[in-house]
Design a protein. Structure first.
Lengths: 130, 430, 212
């Protein structure tokens, strides 16, 4: 099966949503490997050591906004302090149920966010990205 | 309030008068000791008091008795002068009386006093002048016309000044009362204003809190729903069994309905509670977003509805972005939901015309339309035309509320089977 | 205004009318009192029953009752402390005495039943004239009321006996009879004819005033 992307990462505190994302990506051939982390902290911990090994960095990162401890935007604040080769490689998509206009504007203003998507992730939405 | 003050002055002055009049009477008795003028002291003195109290008793509501006081002072003066057989200094009683009368704050009370003194002096002086022997008026050498005039002028000056002070006092007190009244009213107004502002602030605060609450609740409700939709989507992808597929579809419909309802509630809360947030509206961007969101909205067995937009911009248009978004979103999604299965090419057309004073938005579709009977009712809360209606019944209600919040107007023209046209007029809040 | 109905007096108007009438009554009474007292004042003292008139020029023998020097004219002031007219007269007499004190011997004759000391009388006038309490002097001079002025020339002959002024409480300088008498005595001019007002004695009766 031909995969669009080699690796994708999903950051979401909700286990079911992680499961959905993983399954959808797998069945639609979107990404060969899907890394699921349930917090932004874990995501950063995963990414940081990979600056030495950029081929292992995910091509896309799907980021939820509403998470305890560290929100999606907190992650973005930390992200900009990461080494450049990481930031260059990863494309970030915001994935959320939020209806708040401010979230959307803030996300779109952020230089690292490519797109703002509404949950749930499905075949059609992924189709738009391919 | 002015009347109460006048009554207060009257009572205070009346009480004072009682003391003064009794003192004058007693003075008369005291003077009688000098030359045994008892008949005059008791007779005239008590007659004077009788005159005063009779007037007060007979005409209690009039202030004639105050004028009587004035005349009585003059009579006492004459009485004292007589009792002392022409002691000129007794004339000062008239000036004392004049000053006492100031308390009534009525300059006119000086008149009887002055009148009695002048008439008395003039007539007696004249009689003496023509040599009428029987009346011994003055103990000075003789009262020349010149002396008479000088005395008259000086007395007039005293009476005038006392009258003036009485008048000024009255005016001053009236002014004071008015000022106090104004001050009181002003303070009350200030207090009211303060209370209003405070309650306003509190309302705003509670509105914000409520909105926050609704937002949080709706978010927490929607999160599991989106998870459900996701999983249902997985089921859909994972089966070819038509039975399972049908079940899944039905599940999806219900979940979407629930989600739509929660969004409607949030829209309603936002619209009614939040202030109008004035910003420039870019209709093309707005409509692009909405189209993007709604493209895949329709029920799976329905065809995709073509969303056409025509925007005629002239001037910058300012209004509340989120509310306009809600309005357009609801109308367009309605058009998609209620498309006509018979129509060859289902579409919804949005035409926007912006002018300096307003924006006119028309949302036209070729859906199933709304019959005359229901056209007024569709804007009601929770009104659904038929059991086949998919929506929550809140959509058009929210649209109407939002339009009204933006001080605009909305009109519906429709023919069953032909389609609907919503015409919205919004003022430009530039 | 009343459309043919009979005029119905408004209660307030009635009250006002009553008040005005009542006040007029009061003021008339006052005027009457003043007039009455004045009339009383203008009445002369009634002549006592056994009055013995003493004409001018009569020799008045003081008989050592009053220690007055013999060469000057004598002015006798008949005074009763209980008499209001006498009291009123005090300042005037004082001024007279001050004016002529060096040329005339002044003396005061007190006609009163009560006990006054000479010192008390002198204090009233603030003078040191001789004071007598002998009412016989009054009879000798033909005085039957107070206050009266009696002027005896240097030979003790009665020059003037009469009132000080036109009426009890009058101080008109044009009718200062006593003063005129003194002036004429010294001026040696023709003695003025004193009529009615001067000679018809008024004032308090002796010794106790019943009619003031």
């Amino acid at each position: 099966m031909e995969y669009k992307y080699k690796k994708a990462m999903v950051i979401d505190d909700n286990q079911i949503d992680l499961y959905i994302a993983e399954m959808v990506m797998a069945t639609t051939g979107f990404a060969e490997k899907v890394i699921c982390v349930s917090s932004a902290k874990e995501a950063l911990a995963y990414l940081k050591p990979l600056y030495e090994n950029p081929e292992e960095l995910p091509d896309l990162i799907f980021l939820d906004i509403n998470m305890p401890e560290m929100t999606g935007f907190d992650f973005l604040d930390e992200y900009q302090h990461l080494p450049e080769n990481i930031r260059k490689k990863c494309i970030i998509m915001m994935l959320t149920t939020s209806l708040d206009e401010n979230d959307r504007t803030q996300a779109e203003r952020n230089q690292f966010v490519r797109k703002f998507l509404n949950k749930p992730l499905d075949r059609d939405k992924l189709g738009q990205l391919m | 309030m002015h009347d109460a003050y006048l009554v207060q002055i009257k009572h205070k002055s009346d009480r004072l008068m009682n003391y003064f009049l009794v003192s004058f009477f007693l003075t008369g008795l005291l003077l009688a000791l000098f030359y045994d003028t008892w008949l005059v002291a008791i007779g005239v003195g008590s007659l004077s008091l009788l005159a005063y109290y009779s007037t007060r008793f007979l005409l209690p509501r009039s202030n004639a008795y105050q004028y009587m006081v004035s005349a009585v002072f003059a009579i006492f003066m004459a009485q004292f002068i007589y009792q002392m057989h022409g002691l000129f200094e007794m004339h000062f009683i008239a000036f004392i009386g004049s000053a006492i009368l100031i308390t009534y704050q009525n300059w006119k009370l000086q008149i009887p006093l002055a009148a009695v003194v002048i008439v008395h002096h003039a007539s007696f002086g004249y009689l003496q002048y023509i040599g009428y022997d029987k009346i011994y008026f003055t103990q000075l050498d003789y009262m020349t016309l010149q002396t008479f005039i000088i005395h008259g002028l000086l007395a007039t000056v005293v009476f005038f000044i006392c009258g003036l002070w009485a008048f000024q006092l009255k005016k001053l007190n009236e002014h004071q009362i008015e000022q106090n009244f104004e001050m009181g009213r002003f303070q009350e107004e200030q207090l009211q204003k303060k209370a209003l502002l405070k309650s306003n602030d509190e309302l705003k605060k509670s509105n914000k809190e409520l909105d926050s609450f609704v937002y949080s609740v709706s978010h927490d409700l929607r999160a599991p729903l989106s998870s459900m939709l996701g999983v249902v989507g997985l089921c859909e992808m994972g089966t070819l069994d038509p039975f399972m597929q049908k079940n899944v579809t039905l599940l999806k419909t219900s979940i979407k309905k629930l989600d739509g309802f929660i969004i409607d509630i949030l829209d309603y809360s936002r619209n009614s509670r939040l202030e109008v947030d004035r910003q420039e509206i870019h209709f093309s961007d707005l409509l692009t977003d909405i189209s993007g969101n709604l493209k895949f909205m329709g029920a799976d067995d329905q065809r995709t509805v073509d969303i056409r937009t025509t925007i005629r911009n002239g001037v910058a248009f300012y209004s509340d972005k989120s509310r306009i978004g809600i309005i357009l979103n609801n109308l367009i999604s309605n058009s998609i939901r209620y498309q006509n299965p018979q129509a060859a090419d289902p579409y919804v057309e949005v035409i926007v015309e912006v002018s300096e004073s307003s924006a006119d938005i028309r949302v036209r579709d070729n859906g199933i339309g709304i019959d005359k009977e229901n056209q007024e009712k569709v804007f009601n809360m929770f009104y659904r035309v038929s059991s086949k209606s998919i929506g929550s019944g809140l959509g058009l209600y929210i649209v109407k509320e939002a339009v009204e919040k933006l001080q605009g107007s909305i009109e519906l023209r429709s023919e069953p089977g032909k389609g609907c046209e919503f015409s919205i007029h919004l003022p430009n809040l530039s | 205004m009343y459309n043919g109905q009979p005029f119905i007096a408004h209660p307030i108007l009635v009250k006002k009318a009553i008040t005005i009438v009542w006040l007029l009554v009061i003021f008339s009474s006052m005027a009457y009192i003043f007039w009455y007292t004045d009339w009383k004042y203008s009445l002369p003292t009634p002549v006592p029953d056994k009055y013995h008139p003493v004409g001018t020029g009569t020799y008045v023998d003081l008989g050592g009752k009053l220690p007055v020097p013999g060469d000057k004219p004598v002015f006798l002031h008949f005074f009763n402390p209980d008499c209001p007219c006498s009291r009123f007269n005090i300042p005037y007499f004082k001024s007279l005495a001050r004016k002529y004190g060096d040329r005339i011997s002044f003396a005061i004759v007190v006609l009163n039943n009560k006990d006054y000391t000479a010192k008390q009388i002198q204090n009233k006038f603030d003078v040191d004239f001789p004071v007598s309490f002998d009412s016989a002097i009054a009879a000798e001079c033909g005085v039957y009321s107070t206050p009266q002025a009696v002027l005896l020339d240097a030979t003790r002959r009665l020059y003037y006996r009469g009132n000080y002024n036109k009426s009890r409480y009058c101080t008109d300088t044009r009718s200062n009879y006593a003063q005129m008498a003194i002036d004429s005595l010294f001026g040696n001019i023709y003695r003025p004819v004193f009529a009615g007002y001067a000679l018809k004695a008024y004032g308090c009766q002796l010794p106790v005033c019943t009619q003031k």
